[in-house]
Design a protein around this ligand. Structure first.
Ligand SMILES: NC(=O)c1ccc[n+]([C@@H]2O[C@H](COP(=O)([O-])OP(=O)(O)OC[C@H]3O[C@@H](n4cnc5c(N)ncnc54)[C@H](OP(=O)(O)O)[C@@H]3O)[C@@H](O)[C@H]2O)c1
Length: 350
């Protein structure tokens, strides 16, 4: 079937302005790139933040198509020169980026083939689309040499089970829990609300702590579970309230991994505790090599069930339905699941 020249996209029409459906060009892949027909795209908090907050400076052209911090699962419909790992017709999953060409809130998108992975048969497009941003942020935070805690990744030689018997404390973050399990950490202590306790336990957290307890109560709950030094704390929420207690729990010599900028009061900071802010994009130059390694292992890691997709909720209405989903994310109305838009269900068809 010939490729269309135009497609629907969901865009922010002007800086910090309204959302609207726009018609935009279907790019053709250059060397090393593939063109993907996006069947499912997942929503992430940054996709509303780039419309409403200072993160808008990350978008350089308007109308701006987000899905830039997001992810896509779809079918390869064209390949550029020198692509060897996928062919037309393959089902692939990948992360988007902050340009209209690489964004995922549209029906077709471009990605470099070296940071795309084939989707194994055990996953649907909707499930696969939940993986890239969460998994990338979790694994960069734990395993990146300079942008993370510099642990050995479980897909590398000697990495699996390497941290056996060492405790880790995690504030939220499904893929962080799964990574900790593969790395051998024990106990794996996770803060969660009661409504997601079963989900967190199903991921093999060994202990859960109610996230609504006070800072002192969380610290004392951790102390009751282990008296060993806690050298890795991963705060996948990274509000000031979580960062502060996470920092207090961390032992001297250890690393606290955040997913937002550090908010720990200067008065608390000491030189013997390292604080990292993980940047979960495999498109970034700093993370590119790490991303190539992760994506070359990803199909197998998903097929074996080492990493499992988030529970999904599919939004009705194709691309247009994403706007309500982003509002729900902004208002903290989404819990324990990933919202998915299906760009091909946008009406009217183009
Ligand atoms: N650095 C990066 O590259 C990167 C990448 C992705 C996301 N982020 C950022 O990471 C933050 C979290 O993103 P998200 O996708 O997880 O989405 P989110 O929509 O912020 O969801 C957070 C969920 O975590 C739970 N939660 C809140 N406080 C918690 C706590 N103290 N302990 C355990 N769970 C808690 C809540 O679940 P309950 O319903 O159970 O309370 C909530 O539904 C956002 O600020 C996002 O912008 C950064």
């Amino acid at each position: 079937m010939p490729l269309p020249s135009q497609q629907h996209a969901l865009a922010i029409l002007t800086e910090k302005g309204a959302w609207g459906l726009v018609s935009t060009v279907v790019d053709r892949p250059g060397p090393g790139e593939i063109l993907v027909r996006v069947e499912s795209t997942a929503l992430n908090p940054l996709d509303w933040k780039v419309q409403k907050t200072g993160y808008s400076s990350m978008l350089k052209e308007y109308p701006a198509i987000p899905g830039s911090d997001s992810e896509s699962a779809g079918v390869v419909v064209a390949v550029g020169e020198a692509v060897t790992n996928v062919v037309t017709g393959d089902r692939v999953v990948h992360q988007g980026f902050y340009t209209n060409r690489l964004a995922t809130f549209k029906q077709y998108t471009i990605v470099d083939a070296d940071i795309a992975a084939k989707i194994p048969d055990n996953l649907t497009f909707d499930q696969a689309a939940t993986v890239p941003v969460g998994l990338t942020t979790a694994t960069i935070g734990l395993y990146h040499e300079t942008g993370g805690a510099n642990l050995v990744a479980p897909w590398l030689e000697g990495g699996r089970g390497k941290y056996s018997g060492r405790p880790i404390v995690i504030f939220g973050g499904q893929f962080v829990i799964e990574s900790a399990k593969l790395s051998g950490f024990s106990p794996i202590i996770v803060t969660t609300s009661s409504r997601n306790n079963d989900l967190v336990k199903s991921l093999e957290a060994t202990h859960t702590i109610d996230r609504n307890l006070s800072a002192e109560e969380i610290q004392s709950a951790v102390k009751k579970i282990t008296s060993d030094p806690i050298n890795v704390v991963y705060d996948a929420i990274s509000l000031e309230s979580t960062q502060t207690v996470a920092y207090d729990i961390l032992s001297p010599g250890g690393t606290l991994v955040n997913v937002l900028a550090p908010l720990i009061p200067e008065s608390k900071r000491t030189e013997d505790k390292k604080v990292i802010s993980a940047y979960g994009s495999v498109h970034a130059e700093l993370n590119r090599k790490f991303g190539q390694g992760l994506y070359s292992s990803l199909t197998g890691l998903l097929e074996s069930g080492d990493f499992t997709p988030n529970p999904v909720e599919v939004l009705p209405g194709g691309l247009a339905g994403i706007v309500d989903g982003l509002e729900r994310l902004e208002n903290d109305q989404v819990s324990g699941r990933k919202l998915i838009g299906r760009p091909q269900e946008t009406v009217p068809p183009i």
